[in-house]
Write a new protein. Structure first.
Length: 73
């Protein structure tokens, strides 16, 4: 399979349109504004819900929470 670059986005290769997605699976570089807004809104809602439950958002957050909890005792 050929490798593509960002400038290839939207071009037609062998009858198929190239959709360049960037390096990561979570790239939003090619989404239109309304799709980006929907992704941002969903992300914000997920983060707010996690914060309300006190759920860690990542390993660093969990580590910081444990350190803070240890200092409070």
């Amino acid at each position: 399979m050929p490798r593509y670059k960002p400038s290839d986005d939207g071009t037609v290769v062998e009858g198929k349109v190239v959709v360049y997605m960037g390096k990561g699976p979570q790239s939003t570089a090619l989404l239109d504004r309304s799709a980006k807004a929907a992704v941002a809104k969903a992300t914000a809602a997920a983060l707010a819900a996690a914060a309300k439950r006190g759920a860690p958002l990542c390993e660093d957050c969990e580590r910081a929470r444990r350190e803070l909890e240890g200092k409070r005792r």
